[in-house]
Design a protein around this ligand. Structure first.
Ligand code: PNS
Length: 165
């Protein structure tokens, strides 16, 4: 049984995340989408329980995928869920530095291997920060987030509204 952990904030899940999850699900028996959060830090835009529910709904058509919340170190999360490796996506060259640094630290700290997948060209421009901003300003999120969870994400962001000046 080959299990991988795909860690991230997923605040909220985007079409870029879903692309990676689907491709990982085609390669491994089990993909655990790990919502990593810091209990000491600000809560984020979507509550962790809602992020998990959005991931579950968006990935319902994929076999072997489940979502789980973790707090603390990624190496501990990987060990606790029995993952043989962690997967991360690479969109642009600017992702490479930070991802290499994290991969090396996680290897050193916990012997955790990181497998990096190149993002598909159709979704390379998407990130959760932009999704949050576009949604809060009332922009169109179609294509940027999975269709099955579009309305829930758009209405949550719209309700929060634009950041105060
Ligand atoms: O979606 P993100 O924000 O790119 O995900 C970053 C994440 C959650 C994977 C990273 O911040 C992380 O691993 N956090 C857990 C704490 C930890 O282990 N930090 C050391 C990483 S080398």
């Amino acid at each position: 049984m080959h299990t991988v952990l795909y860690p991230g904030s997923f605040d909220p899940i985007t079409s870029g995340h879903l692309d990676l999850i689907a491709r990982a699900a085609a390669c491994f028996d089990e993909v655990i989408v790990g919502v990593l959060y810091n209990a000491q830090k600000q809560a984020g835009t979507f509550p962790v329980a809602q992020r998990l529910a959005l991931i579950e709904k968006a990935t319902a058509h994929l076999k072997g995928v489940r979502a789980q919340a973790f707090t603390g170190l990624l190496v501990d999360a990987a060990r606790d869920c029995g993952a043989q490796a962690v997967i991360r996506g690479l969109r642009t060259i600017s992702d490479v530095d930070i991802e290499l640094q994290m991969a090396r630290l996680n290897l050193l700290m916990g012997g955790v291997e990181t497998l990096m997948l190149a993002s598909s060209p159709e979704v390379v421009h998407i990130n959760a920060t932009m999704v949050r901003e576009i949604g809060r300003l009332g922009g169109n999120l179609h294509g940027f987030v999975p269709a099955s969870v579009h309305d829930e994400i758009a209405s949550h962001l719209c309700t929060i509204g634009a950041p105060k000046a």
